[in-house]
Design a protein around this ligand. Structure first.
Ligand SMILES: Nc1ncnc2c1ncn2[C@@H]1O[C@H](COP(=O)(O)OP(=O)(O)OP(=O)(O)O)[C@@H](O)[C@H]1O
Ligand SMILES: [Mg+2]
Length: 312
């Protein structure tokens, strides 16, 4: 069993388009199924999770319950900073005015890592029993759907950089707290999502080294997403390949071509999965490629059950 579902903070990362949002959401459902309150945080302007459940995203960085025990929110640094000003000043109109001041934009643009620290600090805040700026209770598990590699690693690295720059005060304390969470393997899990294809596997193996460099710990689990079922044995595949392709009805010909292509793709995936398993320092779990053109609550539930079976 792999302890990823009982952590306070789960960072889901991987290359663009490999299924991070899908896996983050399925993980959230799997966590909720164990009776833990969980939240999936999208980063930046993305708000895909509510739509996966057929819901409209809430405005203004709000939290929305999308399934029993699972909420979602989108963390946008500008909005977080404005909220911070609201609380500090105790006045929304005043903070609205201030946030239009050039200093506000200057702060976000000029301080390296400011956006990332704010994002991570906000995610950290969601896991606190006593949440800053709100009366709500914190979540048991906060899952961050991190942007593709470069940016995700930037997010991991910045509390250090930022903490070095901001030597004193609340910002420094915040950066330190976030950093201590990120490097704590008992509280934080890193889930790396990969596709079972050559380049994505190579990139995933590189990412785990980078993770070591950035946070001193490797992935907790690697998810090989989109695995095709292998419907043919080696002998059956050879038989399909050997079949001459002339003189048949077009329907039969098309079926043969499709079967060969599926067989080849599945075999190539298996080879890449073996490569991933050899190189990964964390357990690799697989998720099937679902054939539905749009994934919704039902499909996510299925992926969540798969993950729940494999992760403890
Ligand atoms: N196991 C799966 N079976 C079928 N379709 C999948 C599966 N996983 C992801 N998809 C589909 O692949 C597409 C990309 O998935 P997703 O949005 O989760 O990737 P991402 O890594 O978050 O992308 P981005 O880097 O753009 O944020 C989506 O259309 C999603 O529905
Ligand atoms: Mg995504």
């Amino acid at each position: 069993m792999i302890p990823a579902l009982d952590r306070q903070f789960v960072f889901v990362t991987g290359k663009g388009g490999v299924g991070k949002t899908t896996v983050a959401t399925a993980l959230g459902l799997a966590v909720a199924a164990r009776g833990r309150r969980s939240i999936v945080c999208e980063v930046g302007a993305q708000q895909r999770v509510p739509r996966l459940f057929g819901l409209e995203p809430p405005g203004g960085g709000g939290e929305l319950e999308v399934a029993p025990g699972l909420a979602t929110t989108s963390i946008e640094p500008n909005a977080v900073l404005r909220h911070w000003l609201d609380v500090q000043l105790g006045s929304r109109p005043l903070s609205a005015l201030l946030s239009r001041s050039p200093v506000f934009g200057f702060f976000l643009a000029a301080v390296p890592g400011a956006r990332e620290v704010i994002t991570l600090a906000q995610a950290w805040n969601l896991a606190q029993p006593q949440r800053w700026g709100g009366r709500e209770q914190g979540y048991d598990t906060v899952i961050v759907d991190a942007p593709a590699y470069g940016h995700a690693l930037g997010m991991l690295q910045t509390p250090r950089t930022f903490g070095d720059i901001a030597r004193f005060g609340t910002v420094r304390r915040q950066a330190d707290r976030v950093r201590s969470l990120l490097i704590d393997a008992r509280r934080t899990a890193y889930v790396v999502v990969a596709l079972p294809e050559e380049m994505p596997v190579t990139e995933t193996l590189e990412l785990q080294h980078e993770l070591h460099d950035e946070v001193g710990i490797g992935p907790t689990v690697v998810v090989a997403n989109g695995m095709l079922a292998q419907r043919f044995s080696v002998a059956e595949l050879a038989r399909l390949e050997a079949e001459p392709s002339d003189g048949r009805a077009p329907e039969i010909e098309a079926a043969l071509v499709a079967a060969r292509s599926h067989g080849r793709r599945a075999r190539a995936q298996q080879a890449q999965l073996r490569r991933l398993r050899r190189g990964a320092e964390a357990p690799v779990v697989t998720l099937p490629e679902l054939l539905d053109s749009d994934l919704g609550a039902r499909q996510l539930g299925r992926l969540a059950r798969e993950l729940g079976r494999r992760l403890a």
